[in-house]
Design a protein around this ligand. Structure first.
Ligand SMILES: [Zn+2]
Length: 401
């Protein structure tokens, strides 16, 4: 049979969906910077975030599942039997001062990561060295390039369909990512793109959630995103774009030493209980009745935060029947971090991970498309990505411009 006639002079243009993830570009940050893509946005929506950190939000966005379903919530969980770096216990006799240096922690993290072949984001933060052997780490594999513990990501699905797409690689700057993506778009080489951008989150942790530096950086993102959309519009029939995030940013207004409160109870860490102190949450595994009674007494009446009850954890999508992430979950009052915590030894001006229903916690979604009414929480961004990839696979007419 002869091959079908080709028409090199009229290449059939494809559609594309561009997903720009700006870490911590929350609804309130957007409200203070409404110049952002102002003439291009067709619809903007405030979205509820997920209690926790990027370690919970990113997997939810790319899979559509909640943490209770994909089982990735905080980075560290109590599991001394499966802890891959249990050998660190042999280092517990070395002085704490050695391990408390930032550079030593950074290089130790890199070393552990390479030694164990972790491909995900791995950092030991400020977890005391002698306590590391109690904890396993949820993001040992790259969620972007390999997938989750449970459930498929949008990238797993595109791989199964042999569809070409762009997703950022770790260890590259925001500018490198924009440059790489525009090169792919100029070649018309992809059907879909997801680009994660980290500079705004890093800046606001340092300076807080408003001010000239924040607006200047958003102006830079505005230019980069416009240039990227323009590249796509030259090569593709229809371009749908979405600018979104996982959570907002609070300014901190104080801090509290929760670790000292717990230590005053006189319980034995490792025998009575195990605790992990995230920046805004204390998570406790109670190993004895004595510890459960004492910790509940302390935390149930604590002025700087509250124990989150099971029915609320369920509603928030972060309830785990097997108590993988702790059987007492204590959330700090908004704006008051735990300092020192296992994530850092000093108070920083900007922080996220407080209650999802605080104004400063809400995420945002902006698009040149109408957004479905059902879109309310960040894990539902997944359905938009799925719809975009189905559209580009089937026909050239979306009818929703
Ligand atoms: Zn952050």
């Amino acid at each position: 049979m002869p091959p079908p006639p080709s028409h090199p002079s009229t290449p059939s243009k494809k559609n594309i969906g561009l997903f720009f993830f700006i870490d911590a570009f929350g609804w309130e940050v957007y409200q203070r910077n409404r110049f952002f893509l102002a003439d291009r946005v067709k619809e903007a929506r405030k979205l509820e975030t997920i209690l926790g950190y990027s370690s919970a939000c990113d997997p939810s966005i790319i899979s559509g599942l909640l943490p209770s379903e994909h089982r990735m919530w905080s980075a560290f969980y109590y599991s001394p039997q499966t802890c891959p770096y249990r050998w660190l216990r042999f280092l517990r006799f070395l002085p704490d001062a050695l391990f408390n240096r930032g550079r030593v922690r950074y290089w130790m993290s890199q070393w552990i990561k390479r030694l164990h072949g972790f491909t995900g984001y791995f950092m030991i933060y400020s977890v005391p060295f002698r306590l590391l052997p109690y904890f396993d780490y949820s993001e040992k594999r790259s969620i972007w390039h390999e997938g989750l513990l449970l459930g498929k990501t949008i990238f797993n699905r595109l791989d199964e369909q042999n569809r070409p797409y762009y997703v950022h690689s770790s260890g590259t700057s925001d500018l490198q990512r924009f440059t790489e993506l525009r090169a792919k778009l100029d070649d018309g080489a992809i059907d879909f793109a997801y680009i994660s951008l980290g500079r705004l989150d890093a800046l606001m942790h340092r300076v807080g959630n408003s001010g000239p530096e924040v607006s200047d950086l958003l102006r830079w993102y505005d230019e980069q995103i416009r240039a990227t959309i323009a590249s796509a519009e030259r090569q593709y029939e229809q371009v749908s774009w979405y600018v979104f995030t996982d959570h907002g940013m609070h300014n901190t207004i104080g801090s509290h030493d929760l670790i000292a409160d717990v230590e005053r109870l006189g319980l034995d860490y490792g025998r009575d209980y195990v605790a992990f102190y995230d920046a805004t949450m204390g998570r406790f595994w109670t190993l004895t009745d004595r510890a459960r009674t004492a910790l509940t007494g302390l935390l149930a009446n604590h002025p700087q935060g509250r124990l989150v009850p099971d029915d609320e954890l369920k509603r928030l999508g972060v309830y785990f029947e097997d108590r993988m992430y702790g059987d007492l979950i204590f959330l700090m009052n908004s704006g008051i971090p735990i300092v020192p915590s296992f994530m850092g030894s000093k108070r920083i001006p900007g922080l996220h991970g407080f209650h999802p229903q605080d104004a400063d916690s809400y995420a945002s979604m902006l698009s040149n498309r109408h957004l479905p009414d059902s879109l309310k929480r960040i894990n539902q961004i997944y359905s938009l990505m799925e719809a975009e990839t189905q559209d580009t696979a089937t026909s050239g007419n979306k009818g929703n411009t």
